[in-house]
Design a binder for this molecule. Structure first.
Ligand SMILES: O=C(O)c1cc(=O)[nH]c(=O)n1[C@@H]1O[C@H](COP(=O)(O)O)[C@@H](O)[C@H]1O
Length: 259
């Protein structure tokens, strides 16, 4: 998380460049991936490769390892695997993500309990736990009210908040497609970092996202991910630059409103 904060500050950006590579040939995909990294790196607070898009290719694991080499060392790479299994299996996924691939962080699905999360917590790694996801059908699971009060996503957020008092580097995944839910979770967890996908192809409202999710105290706490709208752009560098500038204008407003 410290690396992430340093990078967000030095790049002046909260943009997370999502890497969900698609294409017909292995050479074409590798070349495009390398190109996107080179063109967007100066605007990237982090990169987020989604594991599924790599595993679907015959050389996917090697490509992920090459990707880590292409990404500048000071830019965190979050491996989006949405991992979630019992402790000894989670431990193996953590070894894969951190030791085999060299990722600086992961996404985790908390459904199986704390032991699905904690094997990923290492002092120098970031762990983003799903709380309120961007997909529409998530509503019927995550907005379910619990007998103890609050929703399932509130419960996930509360558990992560509690665990973060003993384990550094924990954050939440909160989708950009529901800014009310984002504002609600920001209020519930004022300090945690949120990874926020759903801007771009999924139609999340960027302005509402920054207003709802950015920490008014320091203009940080938010990593806004977009994948397809950068991958499919004619000029990925320009797309990343434009998005960064829009985010920065909005977060300046957010911080000055709070003063
Ligand atoms: O954990 C994620 O990154 C994630 C959580 C979520 O709630 N919604 C979501 O879309 N994602 C991921 O974020 C990326 C979104 O891609 P685009 O819709 O193309 O920007 C994909 O890799 C998704 O798997």
């Amino acid at each position: 998380m410290e690396q992430l904060i340093r990078r967000a500050q030095s790049s002046g950006s909260l943009l997370c460049v999502g890497l969900d590579p698609v294409g017909t040939s292995e050479t074409e995909v590798a070349a495009r991936l390398h190109g996107v990294v080179l063109q967007t790196a100066e605007f990237a607070a982090a990169f987020k490769p989604n594991l599924a898009f790599f595993l679907a290719r015959p050389d996917g694991v090697t490509l992920l390892q090459r990707l880590r080499e292409w990404i500048p060392a000071d830019v965190p790479m979050i491996l989006d695997g949405k991992f979630g299994d019992i402790a000894n299996t989670a431990d193996r996924y953590a070894a894969f993500a951190y030791d085999v691939i060299g990722a600086d962080g992961v996404t985790v699905n908390p459904y199986m309990g704390d032991d699905a999360i904690l094997p990923f917590a290492r002092p120098d790694k970031a762990v983003f736990v799903l709380a309120k996801t961007s997909n529409k059908p998530a509503h019927s699971w995550q907005d379910e009210e619990l007998v103890r009060g609050g929703t399932v996503s509130d419960f996930s957020a509360d558990v992560v908040q509690q665990l973060s008092s003993e384990h550094s580097g924990l954050g939440l995944v909160v989708g950009a497609t529901n800014s009310e839910a984002l504002a609600h979770l920001r209020q519930r967890c004022p300090e945690l970092w949120f990874l926020v996908p759903g801007v771009g192809a999924q139609g999340g409202d960027l302005a509402a996202t920054v207003r709802a999710g950015c920490r008014p105290s320091d203009g940080l706490g938010l990593l806004i991910n977009t994948s397809r709208s950068i991958w499919q752009a004619v000029d990925p560098g320009a797309a990343a630059r434009d998005l960064t500038q829009q985010i920065n204008a909005l977060r300046t407003e957010r911080v000055s409103d709070a003063v």
